[in-house]
Design a protein around this ligand. Sequence first.
Ligand code: 0GZ
Length: 313
Amino acid sequence: MSQANDKPTSGDFTKTAGWLDWYTGPAKPRFQLPAGAVDAHCHVFGPGAEFPYAPERKYTPCDASKAQLFALRDHLGFARNVVVQATCHGADNRAMVDACLASGGKARGVATVRRSITDDELQQLHAAGVRGVRFNFVKRLVDFTPKDELMEIAGRIAQLGWHVVIYFEAVDLPELWDFFTALPTTVVVDHMGRPDVSKPIDGPEFQLFLKFMRQHPNVWSKVSCPERLSVTGPKALNGEQAAYRDVVPFARKVVEEFPDRVLWGTDWPHPNLKDHMPDDGLLVDFIPHIAPTAELQRKLLVDNPMRLYWPEL
Ligand SMILES: O=C(O)c1cc(C(=O)O)oc(=O)c1
């Protein structure tokens, strides 16, 4: 349906040139999600008039509110969300926290924090449902933060039982290896560490990522974002049931080798896509291609995210 660039950015903001808005009117998935499924990676954007975008942001999105996120959750058949702080909000977690608080216990959060955060502020985030912090190493999204600052934060949040979510490009893994493997918490990799899927699955780059997971049982991976990683498509649009073929072997390998350490999320509202905006219903239909059995699906969508984000249930 709509791929038009017609969604607003409220407040004193103008969308980044060429910004693609999230997809209106997604299909009802054909794949029936297991009961209690968690969308373990999604975001809210603003609305800018209520929760202004951060001065240090690298892009200005269209608004994507908590009500719109919850409507998508219900439409697709998810029971819960994990709302990950988007870089356009910097370390101002108010929009994410507001979504968690308004969810009636159906959303947990992952925050971005600075070294200056107080213990009281961390406790308030915990009470709102935050269970992790995100460290971002993708240079087009954030300015550099010194590793000693990040390690100090990791040490503090470890005491709350939280985990660290890391986002990086595959080519940067060698340089980041020592830092990542020194983290004292569970470590969750966003989007499989962004493999270049035009390279062979048994080539050095993806093998290094598998080695990272094999050698470090505290490392988990989100097998999300085929729409970002795919080079050949086809796109999840117009009813396509075999989308993003080139990503399937990579994601399926991770799911099958590490079934107890994988998560899946829509990545709605899909920041910074340049080529197309996927139909989120068809993205859900991608899941059985990478998790082909009911047991793998239940672990990926229910057991693993519940263990990490709702261990008390
Ligand atoms: O690849 C991206 O552009 C991207 C950006 C963000 C963010 O801005 O937080 O989050 C993601 O999961 C992916």
